[in-house]
Write a protein that binds this ligand. Sequence first.
Ligand SMILES: [Zn+2]
Length: 500
Amino acid sequence: MEPACAAPPPWQHATARTNMTTSTEILTVSLALVRTTPTGPELFWARRCADRDFLAGFHAFFAGSVESNDDDLKSAAMRECFEECGLIFTGDGIRTIPVEKRIPETLAQTGVQSAQTRLEHLGWWTTPQWLSTSFSTAFFGLLLTESEGQKLDRLSEELDPDEFDEGWWISPRDALQQWWEGRAFITTPIRSIIESLADGSKALKSLPAPDRLGPTRTSAGTSQTSQICGGTVLAPLRTLTLPPATHTNAIIAGDRQFVVIDPGAPDEGRLAPLLEHLEKRAQQGDQCMGIVLTHHHRDHVGGLELLSHHLDAPILAHPETLRRLGRLPLPTQKLVDGQHIKIDHPGPLRAIYTPGHAPGHFAFFQRDTKLLFAGDMMASQGTIIIDPPEGDMGDYLRSLRRLRKLRPRAVLCAHGPLVTTPLELIDHYLEHRQVREEKVLDALREQGPATAKKLVPHAYDDAPPEVWPLAERSLLAHLQHLQKQGLATQDDDRFVALPL
Ligand SMILES: [Zn+2]
């Protein structure tokens, strides 16, 4: 597959009414409404519903895919804005249409064309290549007059409840403060736009020129870093991990004093995004306090040797992890459950012992932001294997429940993007395992006595045969868990269901 960032569509191509999307790239538009108030500019942002496929729980502008009957990108942006908050421009001003009356005919009858000429193109952004879905987004801004802005004071009441669960006008500085404190999550281009507004300019024209915006414009072929909030930077690194995941998230946590979590890339090329970031931090005088490992798997530790040439900091991990890794290129420190790892901002990371996927697995919780760094306990892209004897299903389920009790605000897994609906993700994993274990027990009752291999086609009949060899490992973990619960017994490599 082509890297998403390799060839963003030029303006002309994107405005053509044919071939608006390619098979790997979805063309979308985003519209920022900006108004002036006596105290300065305000923008309208809204939080995307938790069940959205993309950027669920993120704060965003009005946005969506370009459709085949859109005349061009600007009309697509106005249509999305109309659908999501009901805004229309008529000959004598603006008004909002209730959600149930937002049909194309209503939009067509208004003076939408006149408003389109007021849209400023703020830039292009293409999603980073490590995301499984690729979007190319044209950002626009619409600066409302003072009287228009006043009329939209209660715009939050007009939001389409299928799209957003809340939204409000906010000053650029307050928006950035919320992002910095980890209370609102936004994408990099939206942050760029807000930062430009916070610079004190009221005119949207002073925002970044087209083609200047976004993290993926200039370095096709490499991963990028992105700042999740103040003191948390994500550096997805291409690693030797389990498909469909292709990257492991290295995380740089802390500000002037920081730690690096899970540097998994095994060579200079794949480690480059992290090394470049660390070089920048060193130039700023920031200090690395340690390299922290969630567990010993190769896609989490592959960069240790190379990193030891660049950093003079200890490796912090569970004794089981350190024992499995053997000789290491840097001094080591054993981490214990509950230990606080000191970083200066936004506050220390607490080590949460979470065995199950690996014997020495730690997740890390930051109380100040309620961010959870989950390692391989969950994945927002890819799958988690419980592979005995290192993997233990009972431990894994207990660990998941322990993470749930922390009630995190967001979770960064080792694979995939930030998840702002962590409880839903944890519940999904718990339910998924429960359903699977019931299927395993049913299959065992019907087929037993049986080996794990024999049960796979029955317990994983909803999965393609290519994944059965890996599924067999998790199935074995389920069988052992059933055994511990007194629901099955083992005779050599064959299992038997016990009567209830
Ligand atoms: Zn792992």
